[in-house]
Every structure is written in structure tokens, then in C-alpha cells.
Design a protein around this ligand. Structure first.
Ligand code: HEM
Length: 405
């Protein structure tokens, strides 16, 4: 049964009709990940596919309905630092929500955050590439995310959206991410508000309604799916490349992302306590749902073309495509219709791992000089592009419209 009919059944109401429709849209496999593996180690275990953000959603829906968002966005433009007081003039219910949402949880651990800094400092360069080409490209094969992004306002200007998303990757990796003078808390709270707006706006987009199976986007489970496309996928790749990471740094990196999930509004009972738990949750919620969609294929095409206007010889579409194939594998690359590249694909497969080992200060097991130079130069150009975009003040705002195209 197509979505349109399913929705009509829901709208038609009536006990029998509604019950039948709900059964049809109910997720096919039960949610079985236990809250025993979460940060608090306990929780109701309720299926997060049926939970959204009960605190932020009504507040932002009210702002949108009353036309207050442009004024709020203007006020929040200069709210950038974690310890900065909120600007005067915000609607009372928004202020109350934000004062509460900006608090770090009791389990925030400064020692672990210090180790995260070490991790990010040592691997900052290729973390950027991983966030971009493992996590960013993976988002195009997460069907619900691809559709949400494509039909929301950000879908109309992907470069702007990437820059704003990259700000989160930059903020979480900066030395003072969660410190009073850092920006990660602000970035997360603003993103939480943007997500709440998307939940109100996308159900008004006929394009989204006709293509998405769910009635409300960005559930608690969806956020964790995307979360796994970030730290879990980064860690899986680093492991695959045999990068040796000190246990405290690995734990610190995880902790910085556990805090991000909390600040994005995910209930603690869904946040994995360890990498093992993260991996077990990802096996359930991320790996099986990856799939191509027309929207995701178009988004991937746009993403791979973003480097084209730059005067950087190695950020070309074929090389970026080869990198995606290398990081996400042949199946995903084929879904996204990324052609194989005759030089970079074999080069990455044979020399990237040994190159990283040398870069990490390990034994040089004979990386060809040419390959070493190419990889170094690629990373240099990537950082040049990435940093120049990120250095400008970037402001995450609450959208008021969907993609008008
Ligand atoms: C907006 C990050 C999960 C869909 C944003 C923004 C950031 C962000 C930084 C602001 C960018 C902007 O204003 O353009 C994250 C992170 C997530 C996550 C770190 C999980 C850990 C999701 C999920 C979905 C989603 C699961 C959909 C299923 C969107 C959409 C926007 C947005 C549609 C609004 C773009 C716009 O129209 O302005 N997200 N997100 N996000 N996110 Fe997420």
C-alpha cells in the first residue's frame, strides 16, 4: 500500500481504520536494544521510534504558529558562547526551555573531555575527512534523513547546509568544546530548536508527505541512527585502518559525542555507555536501514560537486567519489552511482593504511613517496577548504519554511 493511501486511512479516522493504519506503519522489527547498555544503565526501554522531543517541539511549534521565529533568530544570532547569558527579549517559554537545555548532565566528565581533546588534536586532519566522506556521504543513504534534508529548507542550498553541519563537527573537536568559552553547547541547543521546527514544518510539505513513510520526522531513534553515522562510523573506519588509539582517548571521543546526543535532546536511556554498546545499537538501527533513495542519490551528487568551483586540484569529483567508495564500500558507492576511479581507488586501497601508520609516527613499511605526497596534499587542500568555510561566523537558525523547490 502506498504512503498516500496509508495516510488517507489514518486521516479517515474511526477505530478500525486507525488501528489498521497504525499496524501498517508500525515498525516491522521490535526495538530490542536494552537501556542496561545506556549511560544511566536503566530506563523504560520504550521504542524511541515513537518518541520525538516533548520539551522543544511544543515550544518551537508555538513560535512558528505565532510568527515569532524571525525575531527569535535575530536575537539568537549573537548568542554564541556556552557561558553567555541568553539575550533579553526571548519569549518566556523559549527562555525557560533553553536555560534548562543548555545544562550539561550530571554525568559530564571533565577528565574524559580532556582526553577527547588529545584525540581530536592528534587526528584533527583526517577526522575532518571522515566526518565529510564517511559520515556526510552516509547521511545520503539513511533514507529518512535524506528525505528530511532534501525537502527541508536546507535542501535548497546544500553548501550552506554542509557549512552549518560542519560547524558542529568543528565545535565538538575544538579544545574548549564544552568549556565556558566554547561553542558546542550553543550549537547543540540551536540544532535542537532547528530539528523541532523541522518536525512542525515537514508534515506540511506535500513532497515529504508523499515520499516519507513516517508522519513526524526526526524521532529519538532517527537521531541515534545519524549519531552512529558520525562517531561510530568514524571509529569503525579508524579500526579498519589499524590506527592505534589509546583507551582513554577513545573513551574521551565517545564521551564528547554522548554529551552531544544529550544536548540534542536524546533521552539518556538511548545513549550507549561504551563503544561495544554503540556498536551493538548501530548493528540494530544503522546497518540494516541503509538504502538508496532518489532524494539521497541527488544529495550525494550535489555533495560530490561542491568542490568543483574551488581552485584545488585534488578536491575533484572523481577523487571525492573514490574516497567515498573507499570509506563506505562498493555497495553504498554503487547505490549512489559513483563510478570507480582507476588511479585513486587502488591507491587508497593499498597505501592509505600504511600512510596513516607513518603519519601516526609508526614504522614506515614502504609507502611509495608519490602516494605519501598525494595523500598529504589532499589533506592539506581539504583542510584549506574546510577551514576557510568554517572560519566565517556561521549561525544555525530556526527554519520557517520547507524547500521551496
Ligand atoms: C539541521 C546536526 C540528526 C534532519 C541540523 C543542523 C545541524 C544538524 C548542525 C543545523 C544545520 C542547518 O541549520 O542547516 C544533526 C546531528 C544529528 C542530526 C549532529 C544527530 C546526531 C538529524 C536527523 C534528521 C535531521 C536524524 C532527519 C531524519 C535535519 C534537517 C535540518 C537539520 C531537515 C534542517 C535543515 C534546514 O532546513 O535548515 N542538523 N542532525 N537531522 N537536521 Fe539534523
Amino acid at each position: 500500500m502506498d504512503n498516500f493511501n496509508r495516510r488517507n486511512m489514518l486521516k479517515a479516522g474511526g477505530v478500525a481504520g486507525a488501528a489498521g493504519a497504525i499496524a501498517l506503519i508500525a515498525p516491522s522489527t521490535p526495538w530490542t536494544w536494552s537501556p542496561a547498555g545506556s549511560v544511566p544503565g536503566t530506563g523504560s526501554g520504550a521504542d524511541p521510534r515513537g518518541a520525538w522531543d516533548y520539551e522543544a517541539d511544543p515550544v518551537v511549534a508555538g513560535l512558528l504558529d505565532r510568527g515569532e521565529v524571525p525575531r527569535v533568530n535575530e536575537l539568537l544570532k549573537h548568542w554564541t558562547k556556552n557561558s553567555q547569558p541568553l539575550p533579553a527579549g526571548l519569549p518566556a517559554e523559549l527562555r525557560d526551555f533553553m536555560e534548562h537545555a543548555r545544562q550539561l548532565p550530571s554525568w559530564a566528565d571533565q577528565g574524559k573531555l580532556a582526553s577527547a581533546v588529545n584525540f581530536n588534536q592528534k587526528r584533527g586532519t583526517y577526522l575532518g575527512v571522515l566526518y565529510g566522506f564517511a559520515s556526510g556521504m552516509m547521511s545520503t543513504v539513511i533514507p529518512k534523513e535524506a528525505r528530511a534534508v532534501y525537502y527541508s529548507k536546507g535542501g535548497a542550498d546544500m553548501k550552506d547546509r554542509i557549512t552549518k553541519t560542519a560547524k558542529l563537527g568543528y565545535d565538538i573537536g575544538s579544545l574548549n568544546a564544552y568549556q565556558p568559552d566554547g561553542e558546542m553547547v550553543v550549537t547543540c541547543v540551536k540544532t535542537r530548536l532547528a530539528h523541532a521546527a523541522v518536525r512542525h514544518l515537514l508534515p506540511q510539505s506535500p513532497h515529504w508527505v508523499n515520499s516519507a513513510p513516517e508522519d513526524i520526522p526526526i524521532s529519538q531513534a532517527d537521531i541515534m541512527v545519524t549519531w552512529h553515522s558520525l562517531p561510530t562510523t568514524v571509529m569503525r573506519n579508524l579500526k579498519k585502518w589499524n590506527v592505534r588509539i589509546a583507551p582513554d582517548e577513545s573513551e574521551g571521543f565517545l564521551h564528547s559525542w554522548q554529551l552531544a546526543a544529550h544536548l540534542l535532546g536524546v533521552e539518556d536511556q538511548y545513549i550507549p555507555a561504551s563503544w561495544n554498546e554503540a556498536d551493538s545499537q548501530a548493528k540494530q538501527v544503522l546497518d540494516p536501514i541503509l538504502a538508496p533513495t532518489p532524494e539521497g542519490i541527488k544529495l550525494a551528487d550535489i555533495l560530490l560537486s561542491l568542490g568543483m568551483n574551488l581552485d584545488l586540484t585534488l578536491l575533484t569529483r572523481p577523487i571525492l567519489g573514490a574516497l567515498t567508495r573507499f570509506m563506505l564500500g562498493n555497495e553504498v558507492a554503487d547505490w549512489l552511482r559513483i563510478p570507480t576511479e582507476p588511479v585513486w581507488t587502488p591507491l587508497l586501497e593499498t597505501a592509505w593504511g600504511p600512510y596513516l601508520i607513518v603519519r601516526e609516527g609508526g614504522l614506515d613499511l614502504g609507502v611509495p613517496e608519490e602516494a605519501y605526497w598525494l595523500f598529504d596534499e589532499f589533506l592539506r587542500q581539504f583542510v584549506l577548504f574546510y577551514m576557510s568555510e568554517i572560519r566565517m561566523p556561521i549561525n544555525i537558525s530556526i527554519p520557517v519554511i520547507n524547500n521551496p523547490n
